[in-house]
Write a protein that binds this ligand. Structure first.
Ligand code: IPE
Ligand code: IPE
Ligand code: MG
Length: 254
């Protein structure tokens, strides 16, 4: 009997004229969602985890290449110990319960962030998911945990310095391509669509390099309410955006 069930059917997805290759999401508002219901913050995080599963599934069904989910920032270590511990336990639960789905949906999983700070229980689950899904060829799911954009950039610089010390850098000068290859997202497309839930108008140290020309979609909806339909709404919005990358739209100027 196969270890993973591959017989489930896929839901119908709407057609889009143009889809982002890489979607990155700042999953924010779990605490406020719970507070609105008179519940502890972790109640919101739990519901948020369900949404992360739904959105991963939806991106897989839509044949999107990469999805990066911001689950826990480097700065989130500042939160009360009880909340941090609860989030770490939730992460392990997510990683264990999603593996079967990832195998079924051909998803390649990677955790991105500063691993040194993560508890062994999380590291173990991360390793298992990364190793088991390593040969999958569908959606790249990057889960940003203990992640900081500035730290990622500094890490890439240090990697380049180390390669230079060891004499493995071909040229003394670096360019954007070489730099991007030392980021966690090496080999994946740049972020086309950045979504932030809960209405905050900031980036909070997320994917600072990769979002250079991302289209930004901000919704007031709290993450625990961000369903598949909300994602379709964001994709519909993206479909209508005019991306210029610093150029001009010659058609429209005439
Ligand atoms: C996002 O929700 C999840 C994490 C940052 C771990 P928050 O916990 O930030 O929820 P709000 O922003 O306080 O509502
Ligand atoms: C960003 O949300 C981090 C995650 C969603 C994991 P925060 O809630 O930590 O960001 P700030 O504090 O509002 O900027
Ligand atoms: Mg928040």
């Amino acid at each position: 009997m196969p270890r993973f069930d591959t017989q489930k059917s896929k839901p119908e997805v709407p057609g889009f004229g143009r889809l982002p290759r890489h979607v990155a999401i700042i999953m924010d508002g779990n605490g406020r969602w719970a507070a609105d219901r008179g519940k502890p913050r972790i109640f919101g995080h739990r519901r948020g985890m369900e949404r992360a599963k739904d959105i991963t599934r939806a991106c897989g069904d839509l044949l999107i290449e990469s999805l990066t989910l911001y689950a826990f920032s480097l700065d989130n270590w500042k939160r009360p110990k009880a909340e941090v511990n609860a989030l770490m336990r939730l992460l392990v639960k997510f990683l264990n319960s999603e593996l079967e789905e990832m195998m079924y949906s051909n998803i390649r999983f990677r955790a991105i962030g500063e691993r040194g700070m993560l508890p062994e229980s999380v590291l173990e689950a991360v390793r298992e998911d990364e190793e088991t899904t390593a040969q999958n060829t569908g959606l790249n799911l990057n889960l940003a945990v203990s992640y900081g954009g500035r730290a990622e950039i500094i890490g890439a610089i240090n990697r380049l310095l180390e390669e230079q010390r060891q004499g493995s850098l071909l040229s003394g000068l670096i360019d954007e391509k070489m730099f991007a290859q030392r980021l966690y997202t090496a080999g994946q497309p740049e972020v086309d669509l950045l979504i932030r839930t809960s209405g905050e108008l900031r980036v909070s140290d997320f994917m600072l390099w990769q979002i250079a020309y991302a289209e930004i979609y901000i919704t007031d909806v709290y993450w625990p309410d961000f369903t598949r339909e909300e994602l379709y709404g964001a994709l519909k919005d993206f479909e209508g955006r005019e991306r210029r990358f610093g150029g001009i739209n010659a058609e429209k100027e005439r």
